[in-house]
Design a protein around this ligand. Structure first.
Ligand code: SAH
Length: 389
């Protein structure tokens, strides 16, 4: 088998079962593996430690799938896919929705692969050449493990291009519809653009937060900033909000949001606008503010700038006359965890001259499991805050 040989003393992370082997740990590569090919990983002393997919253009040079001496046979991938699906079926925390993540990459022992289900349609999203190459085997496993009538291959083109791989969308089976797919999540109805929408079309990772918003919204005036297709706005309307304002910069997202809130048109207002400017202009009469910006810190170098942007948003959310205002704020980057996000919020509270309490910490729901071997998989942090005085 083609082999990646580590530098002396660079075997620690592999021995700790971390699924990413970084390029800097590699001394040499034997046998010229192709993009995505299965390789063995050997220590400088000659011990075989793991096996995984070779990613030539990527900083994460090998995605490890198996630890120990034995290579994985190709059939193991299908077994893992089926096991990931079975875990969702058995999970009572995922009741009441026909839209969920079936495969969550490292969290399911499948680095480089995300699969989302929207009613009868699956969206398969490989972000590595290893998983892209094996799309047919992955599709066969999904067909066996689900009753989905159609599946779309929608590779993560940005990640793949960074690794030097060009990949387009394709049908895996059935006829994925051109029109948005209707889903129902705990009484909330959405249509998901699986072909053009952000990520695979919908923010499945905010499902539990939507439940929370539905619980909190009764009688309140709500601002859903960075609304995308209005997931939080629909939850707030479902929960009895008296008024919801949606702010979103993308017109295509807003068009779907308008459809989604149509059931309570008289209580909803959709605006194509810059959420930063809306907050700067003042939001005096709002008593539940939801801040769910795009990832402001994709890389570690971005953290300082991102912290300033988060602080700016929070400062304006804390300002104004309403004591008792709730602020539900999210950071979706592994680099901004609960501790740092809490510190940023504290800085904003000091500047705003307000006493602010944390009522609850949130993360992604259980269809987005995080393996303890791979803490980077925890990327979503939410804080429910109350402005006390
Ligand atoms: N809350 C959404 C997901 C938000 S993703 C949900 O649960 O579905 C972040 C969104 O912010 C994207 O839809 C993006 O188009 C939008 N966005 C980015 N910059 C913005 C800005 N300055 N003002 C308003 N919206 C913005």
């Amino acid at each position: 088998m083609k082999t990646v040989v580590l530098h002396p003393d660079r075997d620690r992370s592999v021995r700790r079962r971390h699924p990413w082997l970084m390029s800097g740990a590699i001394a040499r590569i034997e046998g010229a593996p192709e993009a995505g090919e299965h390789v063995a990983v050997r220590s400088a002393e000659g011990e075989v430690l793991a096996h995984g997919h070779f990613e030539p253009g990527s900083q994460i040079r090998v995605r490890l799938l198996a630890f120990g001496k034995e290579p994985e046979d190709e059939g193991a991938l299908g077994v893992r896919v089926a096991a990931a699906v079975a875990r969702r079926v058995a999970d009572p925390l995922l009741a009441g929705t026909d839209a969920l993540r079936l495969v969550n990459a490292e969290g399911d022992g499948l680095p480089g692969l995300v699969v989302d289900r929207y009613a009868g349609v699956l969206v398969v999203r490989p972000s590595t050449s290893g998983m892209l190459r094996r799309a047919a085997a992955i599709a066969a496993a999904l067909r066996g493990a689900t009753d989905a009538g159609a599946a779309l291959l929608r590779p993560d083109a940005v990640s793949l291009r960074r690794a030097g791989v060009d990949a387009g969308d394709a049908t895996l089976w059935g006829e994925p519809p051109d029109a948005p797919v209707a889903i129902t999540e705990r009484g909330r109805r959405f249509r998901v653009d699986v072909r053009q929408g952000q990520k695979t079309g919908f923010y499945l990772d905010q499902r539990d937060a939507r439940d929370l918003v539905a619980t909190l919204a009764a009688g309140r005036r709500v601002l859903d900033a960075f609304a995308y297709t209005g997931g939080f706005a629909v939850a707030a309307l479902q929960g009895g909000a008296v008024h919801v304002a949606l702010i979103e910069s993308s017109q295509t997202a807003l068009a779907l949001a308008r459809e989604h809130v149509a059931f309570a048109r008289e209580r909803a207002e959709c605006r194509a606008d810059n959420a930063f400017e809306v907050l700067h202009a003042g939001i005096e009469d709002v008593d539940l503010v939801i801040l769910d910006p795009p990832p402001l810190a994709r890389r570690k170098d971005d953290v300082k700038r991102a912290a300033r942007a988060y602080k700016d948003l929070l400062l304006h959310a804390f300002a104004g006359p309403r004591a008792g205002r709730l602020v539900l704020a999210f950071a979706c980057s592994h680099h901004v965890g609960p501790e740092l996000f809490g510190k940023i919020a504290f800085g904003a509270a000091l500047d705003a001259g307000r006493r602010v309490s944390v009522l609850r910490e949130l993360g992604a729901p259980s269809d987005h499991p995080v393996s303890l071997d791979h803490p980077e998989g925890r990327y979503l942090t939410g804080l429910l805050l109350r402005v006390d005085g």
